[in-house]
Design a protein. Structure first.
Length: 265
């Protein structure tokens, strides 16, 4: 099945209080051949609909009369039947504080208003990557045997990363909440890859990377850093710590596949 055909088969729940914005987003989706679109205007309505059926993707505005995208996503992630729901934000919001929590909760994409056809198509392809399991092939590794350590202080972010990795055929990783806990695991067992967040308490991703690279026992392990930082100087400092690749939050499956191929092959 081609990507275009698969995208056309996606089911979408659009949570948007504005009739005008609803029509604009639906128009963009139909231009991508997506026609299975349900709509909700409030958080309560969206949650009630999610109890009845799980769409392939929730596309949400930032603010509703009874909540925000953040509060909606927290409720979705805290419910067993919906905790793995693919979720995308469409918003004019630029405040980093508001967006950071959403990134930590595993949003698939954050699109500005207005967004381009290219941007929505990329986000829909990322949805396909999430819901369609396709084992990644690495030259020197059987991915089903990869031992991965995922380090992030956000449980939701860890679950999102684990889901993306699982879609590539990578088995359940060991989870750590911060760099200090990760080092304890590294001293106890062997790993083939570390996927770590940057901002964490106790020991952040940069300090973890520096500690790993100074070690005689596990300095060889490839490190994929996941960061929502956009500052070029800051990213350069992270790179200098010794990471093998840096991936943005949201953690996009296609990007991760390419980075894994690069650093593991």
């Amino acid at each position: 099945m081609s990507d275009l055909t698969a995208i056309a088969n996606l089911s979408i729940l659009l949570v948007e209080p504005s009739d005008v914005q609803q029509k604009l987003i639906i128009k963009s989706l139909t231009q991508c051949s997506v026609n299975q679109i349900e709509t909700a205007t409030t958080q309560a309505q969206a949650l009630a609909m999610l109890e009845r059926y799980q769409p392939d993707l929730v596309i949400s505005s930032m603010y509703f009369a009874d909540g925000t995208a953040d509060s909606l996503l927290q409720k979705i992630r805290s419910t067993a039947s919906t905790e793995n729901q693919a979720f995308m934000l469409v918003s004019t919001e630029r405040n980093k504080k508001y967006l950071e929590q959403l990134r930590q909760s595993g949003v698939l994409a954050i699109l500005p208003k207005p967004f381009s056809a290219k941007a929505i198509t990329r986000a829909l392809k990322a949805t396909l990557d999430i819901i369609t399991e396709e084992e990644v092939e690495l030259e020197h590794f059987d991915v089903t045997l990869l031992r991965v350590l995922v380090v992030d202080d956000s449980r939701f972010a860890r679950k999102h990363i684990i889901r993306v990795l699982a879609g590539m055929g990578i088995p359940a990783p060991v989870e750590a909440e911060n760099g200090k806990e990760a080092i304890e695991y590294l001293n106890e067992q062997s790993f083939d890859l570390i996927v770590t967040d940057y901002n964490m308490p106790e020991m952040d991703g940069k300090e973890l990377t520096e500690t790993v690279r100074r070690s005689n026992s596990y300095s060889h392990i490839p490190i994929l850093m996941v960061s929502s930082e956009a500052n070029e100087t800051h990213l350069a400092n992270i790179a200098q710590a010794g990471v093998d690749a840096i991936c943005d939050k949201p953690f996009e499956p296609a990007t991760v596949k390419n980075l894994l191929f690069k650093i593991m092959s």
